[in-house]
Design a protein around this ligand. Structure first.
Ligand SMILES: Cc1ncc(COP(=O)(O)O)c(C=O)c1O
Length: 514
């Protein structure tokens, strides 16, 4: 369903969201503004009772229902911020809401929805993934007469999110460039359709995680296209397909799309914390990640009025371990690399002296053969990436070959913790990274399917507080049984990527004679 662009102005101006949501502050990020010589403002959607903007769209949509529809109740499929927005709205309105989530949903997310919805909410667990839960919600809606509340592809949801733009225009009318996170596109289209009609000169920049850039893919293809898979770190924006109506509005109004990686998102969580003492969730920090990236790439941009939206703060506390580990890499204040050292007394010391007193953040050393050792090094930088080029030249001239691993996800996630142990005579080892659903039984399923036929030669897992666990596994697979193995992999059904050719694996872990 589409409505005219001018009709959106009415919907936004007349929206009753303030019956449930609050008008949030727009704060100046003093530190970041100072660092880049611009005025940078942040819209504090973490101040909403559900700690994200999602309440606006859900409440506005529910407010448009007839009394009969309200009496019949509403339904939504979501384990995230949308679920909390719908649950809170239902309680506020005094109507029944059914929230469908996958059976694998962590208890903490189920609890959050129950807390916001109280007696008005029924949580139904169905299927092992989001697509199955979503299909079931549509079936239940048809069968029980519930109204489905979509997360983004709906004019009233879009208009609800658009109320943010109305507040920002009042709070800081001079903003000239606005960065907005995109998942399914509801937030940015509501904001853009309002601002671009009233202030056509404003530049609107869409920000996507590089692991779920469905708007960028759609703009390139000229129509919404489904991504084969999405990354889960920024789970609030992990959407495979941009909504139809958001796509229509984005095509018309979005000036540019910027993608950011996980390390840049972690750096932005730190930027936001440093300026406001608020901890954003990964999706909630996207706009600040893009502001830093944009201003670093365009040093001539000065004295601009720049806006970003801290759109959510529902982070699992344990994710912070990962965030703190990655933020310096994202800010380009740290690098990680591999090198070789001669196996002799004093070599480590000599190597360190070449680093010019810079702080070593990590040093994993392993004897490789009588002549040399392989080393994984983390190093703090003082002036950014350019400085690392100079360090590389110095080290290479002194016969320490440098292989930069700062962008190597497998090296950063697993290999850094496992350096050492290159076996001899393991010619048929193959390495896979897996996405394990984070629930008891996932490991047993894995072992039942693959672990009894093939020798597991390596297994590394570290909890990052996410809904899925990232695991690196090695198997000894005789070539004759590779086909059989592939069939079992298929049967397992977990997302996986083969990593046998990954240079970090080859350098630190593969057969020494291979
Ligand atoms: C914190 C956060 N940021 C951004 C988004 C993206 O919003 P949209 O799907 O409307 O693009 C979401 C969606 O749930 C979210 O929860």
């Amino acid at each position: 369903m589409t409505v005219s662009n001018s009709e959106y102005l009415h919907k936004i101006l007349l929206s009753p969201v303030y019956e449930a949501a609050v008008k949030t502050d727009l704060v100046k990020m003093e530190r970041l503004s100072e660092e880049f010589g611009n005025q940078i403002f942040l819209k504090r959607e973490d101040q909403q009772p559900v700690k994200s903007f999602k309440l606006r769209g859900a409440y506005n949509r529910i407010s448009q229902l007839s009394q009969e529809q309200l009496d019949a109740g509403v339904i939504a499929a979501s384990a995230g911020n949308h679920a909390q927005g719908v649950a809170y709205s239902a309680k506020r309105k005094g109507i029944k809401a059914v929230i469908v989530m996958p059976e694998t949903t962590p208890e903490i997310k189920i609890e959050a929805v129950r807390n916001f919805g109280g007696e008005w909410v029924e949580v139904v667990l169905h299927g092992t993934n989001f697509d199955a839960a979503s299909k079931y919600s549509r079936e239940l809606a048809a069968k029980q007469g519930y109204t489905l509340i979509p997360p983004f592809d709906d004019p009233d949801v879009i208009a609800g999110q658009g109320t943010i733009a109305r507040e920002m225009l009042e709070q800081q009318p001079d903003i000239d460039t606005l960065f907005v996170a995109v998942g399914g596109g509801g937030l940015i289209s509501g904001i853009a359709v309002f601002l671009k009609q009233l202030k056509p000169d404003i530049k609107i920049i869409a920000v996507e995680s590089d692991e779920s850039a469905c708007l960028q893919a759609a703009l390139q293809a000229g129509k919404p296209v489904e991504l084969p898979s999405v990354g889960i770190f920024a789970d609030g924006v992990a959407v495979k397909l941009i909504g139809e109506e958001p796509f229509r509005l984005c095509q018309q109004y979005v000036d540019e799309v910027i993608t950011v990686n996980s390390d840049e998102i972690c750096a932005a969580i730190k930027d936001i914390f440093d300026d406001t003492r608020v901890i954003a969730e990964p999706a909630g920090a996207l706009s600040v990640a893009a502001i830093r990236k944009y201003l670093q790439a365009n040093p001539g941009v000065k004295n601009h009025q720049i806006g970003g939206i801290l759109c959510g703060a529902n982070i699992n506390f344990h994710t912070l371990r990962y965030v703190s580990e990655r933020c310096e890499l994202g800010e380009q204040k740290e690098v990680v690399f591999a090198t070789q050292l001669p196996e002799k007394t004093g070599a480590f010391r000599q190597f360190c002296s070449l680093l010019g007193g810079r702080a070593i953040t990590e040093f994993n050393y392993r004897y490789a053969n009588p002549k040399q050792a392989h080393v994984f090094v983390g190093l703090k930088l003082r002036e950014g990436r350019k400085e690392f080029e100079r360090i590389t030249q110095t080290l290479t001239a002194q016969h320490y070959p440098v292989s930069d691993l700062s962008d190597n996800e497998m090296a950063k996630l697993h290999v850094r913790y496992m350096v050492g142990g290159r076996p001899i005579g393991l010619k048929n080892e193959r390495i896979y990274s897996f996405q394990f659903p984070e629930h008891p039984g996932a490991l047993m399923t894995f072992l039942d399917t693959l672990g009894e036929r093939w020798d597991i030669t390596l297994f590394h897992y570290r909890n990052h507080g996410a809904a899925d666990g990232l695991v690196l596994v090695g198997f000894d697979i005789p070539p004759a049984s590779q086909g059989d193995f592939d069939q079992h992999l298929e049967q397992l059904g977990y997302l996986f990527v083969e990593q046998t050719d990954n240079p970090a694996y080859k350098f630190f872990l593969s057969d020494i004679e291979g």
